[in-house]
Design a protein around this ligand. Structure first.
Ligand code: SF4
Ligand code: SF4
Length: 288
């Protein structure tokens, strides 16, 4: 079963159980606060990325996670995924057009499957665009199975593990800064701005540089659109991008089913809230 089909089934299962004026790094950074009615996003231009992994180090530092040795090029021998200690990773692809580097992280979907799946609203789509995680998480990990990009990871090694994933530096952008990865990228491969502006910038680059880019913006429509958008000189399907996710927001797969099981909808959250309470009590006991 393809991942897409699997996720549709998984989401239904959850229902059952649950119920061009762009500057390089940022688009009008001084106007960030004024534009908070629009979602922000990041344009990743893979033609500019040199695989230096400075973004990985900066992300780790700003999230108080282990800082990777970015001199270690052996990481490029395999395709990596973000995990609970590394919220963004850069992968290398050897192509006939040379080495292509692709940074990946949470896509900050416009209508996120992880948010729809979270019964205690620990996952939130913020009005600024980032999808964030809160401490009231009860550890059910539904967000993990509902993410079409397989992004949220759980801290299994910790006594009170958290769900970990890129938060688009929500704290930084709330105070008018750009995400840490965008700030440090030495090649301006990352551009922060409103989704509308970075989408326009992506189109501008594609149409004003004939032959450089494939005519596709990954994330413009996938799963209803994402806040991270990608442009590339090489076909996305050959760079490990999932091309079979469709354009339907994942939460829409659950809606019809959810309305058909009102009793479960009422009872299941209460059950999970109970588990959440018991977990908290146990935590207090251990801390005593
Ligand atoms: S990529 Fe996954 S974790 Fe990120 S917002 Fe979308 S559904 Fe949620
Ligand atoms: S900092 Fe910029 S150039 Fe370096 S790996 Fe990250 S995205 Fe690529």
């Amino acid at each position: 079963m393809k991942r897409r089909e699997f996720l549709k089934v998984a989401l239904s299962g959850l229902g059952l159980f649950a119920s061009s004026a762009i500057c390089s790094k940022t688009v009008f950074s001084s106007e960030i606060k004024a534009k908070t009615k629009e979602f922000f996003g990041v344009l990743v231009d893979t033609t500019r990325c040199i695989g230096c992994r400075t973004c990985e180090a900066s992300c780790a530092e700003s999230h108080s996670l282990p800082i990777p040795n970015i001199e270690d090029k052996s990481v490029f021998t395999k395709i990596r995924k973000p995990d609970e200690k590394t919220l963004t990773v850069v992968n290398r692809f050897l192509t006939e057009k040379g080495e292509i580097y692709v940074k990946i992280q949470c896509m900050h979907c416009n209508q996120p499957g992880c948010v729809a799946a979270c019964l205690v609203k620990a996952m939130k789509k913020r009005k600024e665009g980032p999808v964030t995680w809160d401490e009231n998480c009860m550890g059910c990990r539904y967000c993990m199975v509902s993410c079409p990009f397989d992004i949220p990871k759980f801290e299994y090694d910790e006594a009170f593990g958290r769900i970990m994933k890129c938060d688009m530096c929500y704290g930084r952008i709330s105070s008018g800064k750009v995400p840490a990865c965008v700030e440090v990228c030495p090649k301006e491969a990352l551009t922060f701005g409103t989704r509308r502006d970075i989408l326009n910038e992506a189109k501008k680059r594609i149409y004003q540089t004939p032959g450089l880019y494939v005519p596709y913006i990954y994330g413009e429509n996938e799963v209803g659109g994402t806040a991270f958008l990608y442009i590339s000189s090489y076909p996305f399907e050959k760079l490990n991008f999932q091309m079979d996710l469709g354009y339907t927001p994942y939460p829409e797969y659950t809606t019809g089913f959810l309305y058909s099981v009102p009793v479960i909808l009422i009872l299941w959250p209460a059950f999970l809230t109970g588990i959440h309470y018991l977990t908290k009590e146990r935590k207090k006991e251990i801390e005593r």
